[in-house]
Design a protein around this ligand. Structure first.
Ligand code: BDP
Length: 326
């Protein structure tokens, strides 16, 4: 694969110590699509502070929020190349590359966020993380992405029938294109940063996301009908470039892992607070949130996705072990 000029420029910049107030020997650059103040961004900053302390200031982290280093798919690619050191991302953009991530992106695979925590905190979390390594990525932590639901600019969606014919943006993953097909709606995969203007100009009718993203992206302003169907509870990851990780001493690698681990409870706490705050905010701004949703028809409609994406004995077993986790 060829490196773009911009990537080479970024690579040169990443070897310089930017360090902020402290003089750091190495500053690791971390990408996030979300704005400053968003729980994921704050959690990675916290991780950086921990790392700085643990390494006596040898290693620091600088978070680049608001897609400053590019949209998620590009940031992931640059992290694989070692141009960016870390990326915090939803699992969606990894789906076409890592089959195991498709399983944890299947709609309604997790019964609750608590169920998801139990799965990612245990052996299955380790197993999925291991599947990233051949793709030059080291998973440092699983973060929360809450529950994603549909919203649109056209009409209140009271049942699956109301979704029919509407055009929704989905993350760039075949799983979500099939999800929309199964629901009788139309999928338009596109980067997160293009969604606001695409709804505004009518290129799409809506999208799907959790309350903090619906709020911080401004989508609530242009698509006020939100149906809390919670079709996707899926984990997010903080991943490091394997190229960066392999350059670190075993002690520093351990410090990186510990710092990332310490950021998880911080993230979960910030997340819970942000969900409540964002819900209040979007409602106050005029969003119509439909909470009385019968999920069963949605769950039933997803059966073909399970058949398609859990298509080997190993992946079928993974689905079963996730479902069996209490
Ligand atoms: C947000 C995730 C972010 C994704 C975004 C999206 O935190 O990683 O990029 O959704 O829909 O909830 O693309």
């Amino acid at each position: 694969m060829k490196l773009h000029t911009t990537m080479i420029a970024a690579l040169a910049a990443s070897t310089l110590c930017t360090g902020g107030a402290m003089a750091c020997e190495t500053t690791l650059r971390s990408a996030d699509t979300h704005p400053d103040g968003y729980p994921t961004v704050e959690a990675v900053k916290y991780m950086g502070k921990q790392l700085e302390e643990k390494t006596g200031g040898r290693l620091c982290v600088e978070v680049f929020p608001s897609s400053q280093l590019g949209e998620e798919k590009d940031s992931i690619e640059q992290t694989q190349f070692g141009v960016i050191d870390m990326v915090r991302s939803s699992l969606g953009p990894f789906n076409n590359m890592i089959p195991e991530t498709r399983v944890v992106s299947l709609p309604y695979i997790f019964r609750s966020e608590e169920h998801m925590h139990h799965v990612v905190d245990g052996p299955i979390g380790k197993e999925i993380a291991a599947a990233f390594v051949p793709n030059d990525l080291v998973v440092l932590a699983y973060y929360d992405g809450g529950a994603r639901s549909f919203y649109n600019s056209k009409r209140p969606v009271m049942s699956i029938e109301d979704l029919k014919g509407l055009k929704f943006r989905v993350m760039q993953s075949d799983v979500f294109v099939d999800m929309m097909d199964a629901l009788g709606a139309n999928a338009t995969p596109m980067p997160y940063g293009e969604v606001y203007s695409s709804i505004q100009t009518g290129v799409i009718d809506g999208a799907e996301n959790n309350f903090p993203s619906y709020d911080s992206s401004g989508h609530a302003e242009v698509a006020k009908y939100y149906t809390n169907d919670q079709h996707l509870i899926m984990p997010e990851v903080l991943a490091m470039s394997k190229i960066t990780f392999d350059k670190l001493s075993p002690e520093d690698q351990a410090a990186v892992r510990e710092a990332a681990k310490a950021s998880v409870p911080v993230m979960r706490d910030l997340w819970t607070k942000q969900v409540a705050a964002s819900l209040e905010k979007v409602k106050a701004a005029g969003a119509e949130v439909i909470t009385d949703v019968d999920k069963q028809p949605y769950i039933d409609a997803m059966a073909p996705l399970y058949a398609k994406y859990a298509d080997t004995p190993e992946l079928k077993d993974l689905v079963k072990r996730i479902q069996d986790t209490q």
